[in-house]
Design a protein around this ligand. Sequence first.
Ligand code: UDP
Ligand code: MG
Length: 194
Amino acid sequence: MLLQRVMFLPLFTQWNRQTTKNLVPRFPAVRLTGFRSNSSVPDVKERTLIAVKPDGVQRRLVGQIIRRFEQRGFKLVGLKMLQVSEELLSQHYCQLTQKPFYPSLVEYMTSGPVVVMVWEGQNVVQSSRAMVGPTNPAAAPAGTVRGDFSLHVSRNVVHASDSLEGAQREIQLWFQGKELVKWGCWDQTLTCEE
Ligand code: UDP
Ligand code: MG
C-alpha cells in the first residue's frame, strides 16, 4: 500500500504540472512566473488606501469588504492589521483635528485594531469612494459598504482615500515602500484593456 502511494505520487505531480501548463496559455498575459513579485511587471497606475475601521473589524466585516474589492477587479498590494496611535491618526485626519467631532473620532478609531489595505487598478480612487458610499451612512445607497453595513456617521465601518493626492499621502503615511508588493495579476487583461 505504502509502495503504491510512493509510486503514484510522482505521477500525480507530473499530471498536475502538465495540467497547469495546459490551462495557463488560454490567458495571453499569463506566465507562471507572473504570480511572483517580478521586476518586469509594469509600474502601477493608480492606488488607494482603504481601511476597515475598528467597528468593521469587531463585526467581522473584513472578509466581506475585501471580497467586494477583489470582485470588482482591483488588485490588493498591501495589507496589515494594527492598533492605530493618536499620532498617526492626527496625521491621517490632519484636516479634521479642529472639528468638534475629532475627539470622539480619535476614541472610535483607537478603540480596537484596524485593517488597512492598498488597492490598485484603473480609476481605483473614484471607484472605491463610490463603492464605500457617502460619509453619512444615512445617505448611503444600498449596495455601498456604508449603505449595507452601517447606520451612523460615527460608526461608518470603512475609510477610503478621497483623491489621488490624498491616496498618495495616506499610503506613504501607513505603509513603508517595502510593504507594498508588486505582482503580476494573471487576469489583468480580462478586467482591463492594456
Ligand atoms: N466623522 C464623524 N462625524 C462627522 C463627520 C465625520 O464622526 O460629522 C468621522 C467619520 O468616521 C468619517 C471621518 O470622520 O468617516 C472622516 O471624515 P471625512 O469627512 O473625511 O469623511 P470620509 O472621507 O470618511 O467619507
Ligand atoms: Mg475623508
